[in-house]
Ligand binder design. Sequence first.
Ligand SMILES: [Zn+2]
Length: 280
Amino acid sequence: MPELPEVETVRRGLTPVLVGKRLARVVTYRPDLRVALPEGLAQRLTGRRVVALGRRSKYLLWHFDDATVLIVHLGMSGRVRVFDGPPPPRGPHDHVVFETDAGATLRFCDPRRFGLMALSDKASLDRHPLLARLGGEPLDESFDGAALAARLKGRRGPIKNALMDQSVVAGLGNIYVCESLFRAGLSPRRRAGTVQGQRARRLAGAIREVLDAAIATGGSSINDHRRPSGELGYFQHDFAVYGREGETCPQCDCAGRRSGGIRRIVQSGRSTFYCATRQR
Ligand SMILES: [Zn+2]
């Protein structure tokens, strides 16, 4: 499932392909993905020029010259494939196709159809139901310890669950929450409201570092914006704790101690990985 760093990498990869270009042709091959595609999507976007490509949480925001904004979510399995010349035959899961006036073809491929497309306009974008309740954007300059502490103040549940709440921090999924808590040295079981002051500063910094490192990895692995297959959007990353139950963490010899290495617990139905020696 694409997480925030993957979506940001897709955004950066698509920027030179889309921004400043006009959509010469848009074709939808089915009426819905997770929900119905917007009515008249193809007609509304055909002939429009893309003026900017933004991102909020895991949503890609295509800004057009008439102030229309196309909101795209990749869901569980969505990918955007880019072809510069004549593309190969369309696959069964290529549900929406965009062609630019520069001759590029973009195909939105989504086998499981958990992806989503919606239309908004620039003026009311922040109030769109998909975006209105999202919390701080972790890569924004305004995201710091004080902002995070304010969101966590008074919360009684564990910090792991608070960070998974999209109204606290936008776009963080299970992997990057586990990695950020490890980097900050905070136990996932710690009561969220106690993460204030220095702890909140440490955690905000850790979240940004973990995301930046992942984006740097993704960016370098698709240096020419895409893989040879034309795919954008997924990359492997070395994790410190995620998926490493029983192993020793990069910061101590926990596997040889009584704590037995990286632990896996379940919080709100999701696996949490952490080092009980380093994270308090
Ligand atoms: Zn350890």
